[in-house]
Ligand binder design. Structure first.
Ligand SMILES: Cc1ncc(COP(=O)(O)O)c(C=O)c1O
Length: 381
C-alpha cells in the first residue's frame, strides 16, 4: 500500500480524459473560439440533464446567480431569504444588486435551508427565496416551492453542487423559477471555470442570455444593445470540455456514488464522527464527502484533526464557514455569533475528506486509517 505521506491524497481532482482533451484541441484548431456551436450544444445537453427547456452557459456559477437576481428584478429594498451555510457566492449575488440577504438556519441532517423557518422570516419586503442544495443534497424544494407559491415569492435554486441529483425523481436545477450550475474543477463536471442558468421560463432564459452578452437583443446587430449587460460568456474551449464531460455524467455520478459507499463502509465504526445523511426520496449526485465530529467535540478539536490529517498527507478542509460570520457580512448586515446555532454547530465540526471520481478503495481506506489515528485513542483528540 502506498503511503499518503509520500504520495498525498488530494481533497479534489478533476476527471479529464483523452477525449476531453481532444475536444478542446479540436476547437483550438477551428476558426471559432467564442459564440459558436459548442456552447449551443453544451446548453442543449445541460437543459436535458436538468430536465428543463432552456440552459444559458456562462463563465461561472456566480455569474449565473447574478444574472438570475437581475432577471427576477431583485434590487435595492428587496429582501431575499437564504441560507448562511453555503459558498459565499449565493449571498454575494444578492448584495451585487443592493438587495438584502435574510438568513434563516438549516436542517441539521440535510444541511439545507429549513423550510419551517422561512415563513416567519417573510416580510412585506421579501421578494425571493434562494435555496442551496448543500454538497449535492437537494433542499426540501417542494415545500419551499409551496411557500413561494402561496406568498407570491420568486424561487432560485442554487444547484451549483447538485448536477444530476434528484428529489422525488425530479432533477436538481428544475425547481423554482430557475436554477444554476457551477463547473469549477472540484464539481461533478468541469469546464475549468464556468456555469449555467437552467429554467423552463423563456423570458428568464432570454434575459439571462442577453445580459451575459453585453445586453444584445436576440436578433439585433453586433453593436446594438437593448439593456445593461456584462461579458459573462463561456468560450468555446470551455464549452467543448463541458460537452465532452456532460456526456459522461451518469458514469461520473456512479463512480462518485461508489466512492461515497466505500467511505460509509470504511467509517461505519468510527463513533467520533457523524456521516452525511441522505433523505429517502433523494438520488444523490455527490459533490463532496463531508463528515462532522460528534457534538462532544469543539472547533479546536476539529482543527487539530485537520492538521493531523494534513500531516498524514490527506487533503482536507473545514467546509463551509458560516456566511453570516464573514467579516464584511458582519459589517454590512450586523450579523453575529450565536444567531444561527445549527449552522455554527455544524461549521465548527465539519471535515471535508478527499473525494473525486477516480478515487480508489485503497485510497479511501488510507483516509480512514489516517482519520482513526488523527482522532487518537478513546475518543479524545
Ligand atoms: C453553492 C454554490 N453556489 C455558487 C457557487 C459559485 O460557482 P463558481 O465558483 O463557478 O462561481 C458555488 C461554487 O463553488 C457553490 O458551491
Amino acid at each position: 500500500m502506498s503511503d499518503p505521506k509520500e504520495r498525498p491524497i488530494p481533497l479534489a481532482q478533476h476527471d479529464v480524459r483523452p477525449e476531453d482533451i481532444a475536444a478542446v484541441v479540436g476547437v483550438l484548431k477551428s476558426d471559432r473560439l467564442s459564440l459558436g456551436q459548442k456552447s449551443q450544444a453544451f446548453e442543449r445537453a445541460l437543459a436535458a440533464v436538468a430536465g428543463v427547456k432552456y440552459a444559458v452557459a456562462v463563465n461561472s456559477g456566480t455569474s449565473a446567480l447574478h444574472l438570475l437576481i437581475r432577471a427576477l428584478d431583485i434590487g435595492p429594498g428587496d429582501e431575499v431569504i437564504t441560507t448562511p451555510f453555503s459558498f459565499i457566492a449565493s449571498t454575494n449575488c444578492i448584495l451585487f444588486e443592493r438587495a438584502t440577504p435574510v438568513f434563516v438556519d438549516i436542517e441539521p441532517e440535510t444541511l439545507c435551508i429549513d423550510p419551517a423557518l422561512i415563513e416567519p422570516a417573510i416580510t412585506s419586503r421579501t421578494k425571493a427565496i434562494l435555496a442551496v442544495d448543500a454538497f449535492g443534497h437537494p433542499a426540501d424544494l417542494p415545500a419551499i416551492e409551496e411557500i413561494a407559491r402561496a406568498r407570491g415569492l420568486r424561487l432560485i435554486e442554487d444547484s451549483a453542487e447538485s448536477l444530476g441529483s434528484t428529489l422525488g425523481g425530479r432533477l436538481c436545477g428544475s425547481f423554482g423559477d430557475a436554477g444554476i450550475f457551477g463547473f469549477y474543477p472540484n464539481k461533478q463536471i468541469t469546464t475549468g471555470e464556468g456555469g449555467a442558468v437552467v429554467t423552463n421560463d423563456a423570458r428568464i432564459a432570454e434575459l439571462c442570455r442577453s445580459m451575459a452578452d453585453q445586453g444584445r437583443g436576440a436578433e439585433e446587430a453586433w453593436l446594438h444593445h437593448v439593456r445593461l449587460g456584462y461579458n459573462y460568456r463561456l468560450d468555446e474551449m470551455s464549452a467543448a470540455l463541458g460537452l465532452s464531460q456532460v456526456a459522461r455524467l451518469k458514469e461520473i455520478v456512479a463512480a462518485r456514488a461508489q466512492v461515497a459507499a466505500w467511505y460509509f463502509d470504511a467509517l461505519s465504526d468510527v463513533n467520533e464522527v457523524v456521516l452525511p445523511k441522505v433523505a429517502d426520496n433523494v438520488g444523490m449526485s455527490w459533490f463532496v464527502f463531508v463528515i462532522r465530529l460528534a457534538e462532544r467535540f469543539s472547533r479546536a478539536d476539529r482543527d487539530r484533526v485537520l492538521a493531523r490529517l494534513r500531516d498524514h498527507g490527506i487533503g482536507c478542509r473545514d467546509y463551509f464557514t458560516p456566511i453570516h460570520l464573514q467579516p464584511y457580512i458582519r459589517e454590512a448586515l450586523g450579523t453575529r455569533v450565536g444567531q444561527f446555532a445549527v449552522t455554527e454547530r455544524v461549521c465548527d465540526r465539519t471535515i471535508a475528506l478527499p473525494f473525486y471520481s477516480q478515487m480508489t478503495q485503497q485510497e479511501v481506506h488510507q483516509v480512514g486509517d489516517a482519520l482513526r489515528s488523527s482522532l487518537g485513542r478513546g475518543g479524545t483528540v
